[in-house]
Ligand binder design. Sequence first.
Ligand code: SAH
Length: 471
Amino acid sequence: MTAPLFPLFVDLRGRRVLVVGGGAVARRKVEALREAGARVRVGAPALEPTLAAWAAQGAIEHAPGRFAPSWLDGAWLVIAATDSPAINRAVAAAAEARRLWVNVVDDVDISAFHVPARVRRGPLQVAVSSGGAAPMLARALRERLERELDPTLGELAALLARHRARLRAAFPDTRARRRFLDALLAGELPQLLARGDRDGAERAFDAAIARAKPERRGHVALVGAGPGDPGLLTLRALRLLNRADVILHDRLASAEVLALARRDAERIEVGKQAGRHHVPQARIHALMLEHARAGRFVVRLKGGDPFVFGRGGEELEFLRAHGVSYEVVPGITAALACAAYAGIPLTHRGHAQSVRLVTAHCQAADTLDWATLAAGRQTLAFYMGVAELPRIRERLIAHGRAPDTPAALVENGSHPTQRVVLGTLDALPTLARAHGVGSPALLFVGEVAALAADLHWFGAPPLREPLHAAA
Ligand code: SAH
């Protein structure tokens, strides 16, 4: 790969820039340069009408005749925009010799700098460049940005610039300032500007500043990360991940999801996985408190949904007891993700009238109401059930569920490595062992599990008999 261009925004106010060429292309360049406040000298034997008018007004300087290196005197920047490749090359060579930055229109090879495509909203500018590799692509992207960036962004930027000193005074801490701005932008102010209500926007800004306590108290957002595919995150989760100063995450929160978080957020893994290194819940509580009390925005990121076997409730109780503000963002829980990605419609008509989310965690399993769980016309979704599979089978059958009730295990649901093992309640433990199913996996018991045979769409088809494991 060739080295990328280094982007710059240059202050041209009062600085001389030489444009060689007197046609329409040169005129467009001169127009942009004048807008940026440059003192433009145009060198060309003749000028097209607009350029000529500007020269007559004294708005630009005209150097007549054929290119002479003396035109470069006093210039900071040079643009060659003639229709003669030979002249453009001569200009480029002369500029290089004087270490002046030169751009040759439509010739990336001899240009020392490129002029990017740009989108402008007041003081806010977005510049797009492909480094000459794919100008059409850069242009298409520019057009897209032009459509997507709200026209009032410029006013917003101007408003913030006007109040910069006040903002700094109210929030000396950059993190607090950033939080305030995030909240401001998520509020009514942008809409007021979009409606053209400038006074309203000013008032909204004043009110927001007045409301903001010099707040040093942190905040914890308990966020569901879903089953791992970033596409299954909620927009709110994504926004908070972009705001986080600190992220305390489970092992189940995938690398792909974490990659979407604010780059400079501190990431701390507090994963708890059966049998492996274990961060005690008390330690997680202590970490949340420590970071919140330091005034940080903490995202406590949990696999699936924070309130489904995620101990989210305990964490909120702890935060409440310690006076830390919090919020909760739901996530797609494993049962829903696994069902969707395995093709198991949880409440398929005629098969099931209810779904139960059940923990098969060893201590909990002893106290489950097996008689109710064994009743028909319902779908059971067991979390943390791989190790408990033989016992689940034994108890359900002992309490009257038919041994040939369909059952499915979904391992790594919604991940590219997803596997589905499908069989009867009776045979599933043997089948799962034969296929070496490991954690995380979700167990479905109920007639709907059989539908995965026909409705599966993601990854490999369900595994049904141990002999076919390698097929
Ligand atoms: N709060 C999480 C559940 C945490 S308990 C949620 O709402 O999904 C952990 C259990 O969730 C695992 O033992 C497993 O049974 C299940 N699980 C989580 N992610 C899974 C996945 N991608 N595929 C299958 N099961 C998963």
